[in-house]
Design a binder for this molecule. Structure first.
Ligand SMILES: C[S@@+](CC[C@H](N)C(=O)[O-])C[C@H]1O[C@@H](n2cnc3c(N)ncnc32)[C@H](O)[C@@H]1O
Length: 348
C-alpha cells in the first residue's frame, strides 16, 4: 500500500454525525484561541518559505515545543497547516496564507483584534438576550467605541483589523462602485482612509474626504500620503451624529450603519441628508442578509453586532425601509463577487 502523501491537505470531515458536528461547533472558542496564538507568534510567516521542524518554529517564536506541536496538530485538521509526524515538521496548509502578515488578503490583524477585544465580551451574550445591553457593555461598563477610544493601541488595532477585512472581503464591493459623474466623495466613518485611498487610486480625478472621530482619523493623513492620494483626499474629524462634511456629490458609508440600531441610523442618515444636495448619491457597503456570494458572513457579523454594539445586519427589505424612511431612494442593491453588497441610493 502506498504511504499517505503528507504534503496533501487532510480532506474535510463531512458532518455526517450530528454529535461530531456539534462538538466541533462547541469547541470553536478553543480553536479561536489557538488561531490567536499562531497569529500573534507569527508562526505562519515563518513557514512562508517552506516547512520547518516544530522545534525550529518553537525556537524562533519563543513558544514551548510540546504544546506548540499539539496546537499545530489541531490546526492541521482545520487546514491551517500540514503536519509531517515522521519528520516532526509543519508546512502551511490551504488556509495558512490568510494569517500571513502584510499580504493583501491577510486576516491576521482581525485575528488579533477579535481575540483581544471581542472574545471576553461574548461571555455575556446570555445577558444581552435578556436585557438588550450589548455584551461588550456588560464587560466594560461602556459602549464599544467609547472603550476603544481610551487607548491609542486599541484604536490602531481596530482600524488595522477593519482595513484588513476591507482588503480581504470588501475590495470587490469598493471596485464595483459606480462613481460616474461623481467629483467629490465623503467617506463617513472612513477610519484610517484605507477604503477611500483604494477608491481614489482607481479614480484619478476623484476628490474626497475621510471623515471619522478625531482620534481615529488622525491615522489617515499618513496612509493617504503613502497611497499618493493626499493631494486629492483630505481628512476631517467629527461625530457623525452631530454632522458630516457638506457639499459632496457622493457619500460612502462602509460598514457603518450595521453598527447602529434603526433609531441611531436615522440620526446618521439625517446628518448626511442635511449635508448632501438633492440628487447626491449614497453608497453603503454592507452585508445583505440572505444575499451575496457568502451569506454566512452576514449571519456571523450579525452576531458580532449583537454582542458588541446596538446594530444588526439587515435584509433587502430592512435596507429599503431604513433608507426610504429617511430621505433616500434605493436605486439598487448590487451583489459582488465577495460577501458584501453595495446599496446604491439617491438623496431625495
Ligand atoms: C466598523 S468601522 C468601519 C470603518 C471603515 N468604514 C471600514 O469599512 O473599514 C466603524 C467606524 O465608525 C467610526 N465611528 C464610530 N462612531 C463614530 C461617530 N460618532 N462619528 C464618526 N465616526 C464614528 C469608528 O471610529 C470606525 O472607524
Amino acid at each position: 500500500m502506498a504511504a499517505p502523501d503528507s504534503s496533501a491537505p487532510a480532506p474535510p470531515t463531512p458532518p455526517t454525525d450530528p454529535a461530531v458536528a456539534m462538538l466541533r461547533l462547541l469547541g470553536g472558542f478553543q480553536l479561536s484561541q489557538a488561531l490567536y496564538v499562531v497569529a500573534r507568534a507569527r508562526v505562519v510567516d515563518l513557514l512562508a518559505d517552506g516547512p520547518l521542524r516544530v522545534d525550529e518554529v518553537a525556537r524562533a517564536t519563543g513558544l514551548r515545543p510540546e504544546p506548540l506541536r499539539r496546537v499545530l496538530r489541531t490546526l492541521a485538521t482545520e487546514h491551517l497547516f500540514v503536519r509531517d509526524e515522521d519528520q516532526d515538521s509543519v508546512a502551511l496548509g490551504p488556509l495558512g496564507h490568510t494569517l500571513l502578515s502584510n499580504t493583501d488578503d491577510s486576516l491576521r490583524d482581525l485575528a488579533l483584534m477579535w481575540m483581544e477585544t471581542h472574545y471576553r465580551p461574548f461571555a455575556h451574550l446570555w445577558s444581552t438576550l435578556h436585557d438588550e445591553v450589548p455584551a461588550a457593555e456588560h464587560e466594560w461598563g461602556m459602549p464599544f467605541f467609547d472603550w476603544l477610544a481610551q487607548e491609542p493601541e486599541r484604536v490602531a488595532g481596530f482600524s488595522a483589523a477593519m482595513s484588513s477585512m476591507m482588503r480581504a472581503v470588501r475590495r470587490d464591493a469598493l471596485h464595483s462602485l459606480d462613481l460616474t459623474g461623481v467629483r467629490r466623495v465623503v467617506d463617513v466613518g472612513g477610519a484610517d482612509g484605507t477604503a477611500l485611498a483604494a477608491v481614489a487610486e482607481r479614480h484619478p480625478e476623484l476628490r474626497g474626504t475621510v471623515f471619522d472621530l478625531p482620534h481615529v482619523v488622525a491615522a489617515a493623513p499618513a496612509l493617504l500620503e503613502r497611497a499618493e492620494v493626499a493631494d486629492r483626499v483630505d481628512t476631517e474629524g467629527g461625530d457623525f451624529f452631530a454632522g458630516v462634511p457638506a457639499g459632496a456629490d457622493a457619500y460612502l458609508a462602509c460598514f457603518i450603519l450595521h453598527d447602529w440600531n434603526d433609531e441611531q441610523c436615522a440620526r446618521i442618515l439625517a446628518r448626511i441628508h442635511e449635508a448632501a444636495a438633492p440628487g447626491a448619491r449614497l453608497f453603503l457597503v454592507e452585508t445583505v442578509l440572505g444575499a451575496g456570494a457568502a451569506p454566512g458572513v452576514g449571519a456571523l457579523l450579525d452576531l458580532t453586532m449583537l454582542g458588541m454594539l446596538t446594530g444588526r445586519e439587515r435584509t433587502r427589505g430592512d435596507w429599503n425601509t431604513l433608507l426610504g424612511g429617511n430621505g433616500f431612494r434605493v436605486d439598487g442593491i448590487r451583489e459582488t463577487a465577495g460577501p458584501m453588497c453595495v446599496i446604491e441610493a439617491t438623496r431625495t
